[in-house]
Write a protein of this length. Structure first.
Length: 349
């Protein structure tokens, strides 16, 4: 099992710190550095900046939002980043959610699975440098009865195949991800539940195309905090968990809430959502079970974290991406180093 680092969203006064974290992860031998986007900083700019100031670590989008870009634009961006980084780019894609897709991009959040499949088909075809044609439900290239003509990518990517990941939560999306992608970007992933909440569906998708999980990258992101007081460390992530389980998306379309329910927290997930949507964010945070935070984070001293790394490796995780907590740069760097130490103590390095 390899370790990655997830910088999250750029901005919020932590730009210089994020770059320092990425450079330290590069020195420590982390496999990949991911950057996110929502409706603030964009991921490609961040990844180009990080790639220019690192040497070995891969850079990955977690994620490029599908409603934000035409698929051919994503292919162009992926080819450019792979070229500029010397073959170190990983392409992570996701549909985002209905609030962002429709509120920020003006793109209807409908048929997300079909849209994702079609998007990946176009991106992959464009990356082969064939002349691009496509007839589908969501995109037609070139447009009929007009001046457009089939074009091909003029940039030569460093690699013939850039690893493609999809951020997936629901069973149908996970199954499709196993079928059409090289890896899955997971969130709120518990080692105890990864089989039933992710791997069973991914394995089914792989089987559809005659493949196994061999070579497929199962890559969750986990918040991490190092220390001895587990309760205090768990409290750090209460607002984060409450935001996603209670307030991310609408009452009917909250994928994270449904995931918590599949993990056995039906009653708790409903309470968190009720309080969050009623404006009681503190109450929602207080309603998050410590057990849920502990299962979906890395908390405690190095030896305890090492035990959790073993559990994730045994559960089938192949890249574990850390999101280290800390109010100062030194706290975050300390967590990075602790991650490497824990990997070594777990005999997984």
């Amino acid at each position: 099992m390899r370790l990655g680092i997830n910088l999250g969203y750029w901005g919020a006064g932590m730009d210089a710190d994020n770059l320092a974290v990425a450079r330290e992860a590069d020195k420590l031998g982390y496999a990949v550095c991911w950057a996110a986007e929502a409706y603030g900083s964009d991921a490609p700019t961040v990844l180009a900046w990080v790639a220019a100031q690192t040497e070995r670590i891969d850079v990955g989008s977690a994620i490029f939002q599908i409603p934000a870009r035409a698929p051919a634009m994503t292919a162009m961006t992926a080819a450019t980043l792979d070229s500029l980084s010397g073959g170190r780019f990983r392409l992570g894609l996701g549909v985002s959610g209905p609030q962002v897709s429709e509120g920020w991009y003006g793109v209807k959040f409908d048929k997300p699975l079909a849209r994702t499949r079609e998007y990946v088909e176009i991106v992959r075809k464009a990356m082969t440098r064939e002349r691009l044609t496509h007839e589908g439900e969501h995109w037609t290239l070139p447009l009929p009865d007009g001046p457009g003509k089939p074009l091909k990518l003029t940039v030569h990517p460093v690699r013939e195949h850039i690893p493609l990941y999809i951020a997936a939560i629901g069973p149908k999306n996970l199954e499709q991800t196993g079928e059409i992608a090289d890896g899955a970007l997971l969130i709120f992933c518990a080692a105890e539940h990864v089989e039933e909440t992710a791997l069973t569906a991914i394995r089914a998708g792989r089987a559809k195309v005659g493949k196994t999980l061999e070579g497929f990258d199962v890559a969750p992101t986990l918040p991490m905090a190092v220390g001895d007081d587990i309760d205090a460390l768990a409290d750090i992530f209460r607002p984060y968990t409450a935001l996603y389980v209670g307030g991310m998306g609408s009452r009917k379309q909250n994928f994270y809430n449904k995931l918590a329910q599949r993990m056995g927290y039906e009653k708790e997930a409903a309470e968190i959502q009720d309080k969050y949507l009623a404006g009681d964010k503190k109450g929602a945070s207080a309603a998050v079970p410590r057990e849920l935070i502990d299962k979906t984070s890395l908390l405690g001293p190095v030896e305890r974290i090492a035990d959790r790394l073993r559990a994730y490796q045994e559960a089938g995780v192949t890249t574990l991406n850390l999101a280290p907590a800390g109010f100062t740069l030194e706290e975050r760097l300390t967590s990075l180093r602790a991650g490497v130490e824990a990997l070594e103590r777990a005999d997984l390095a």
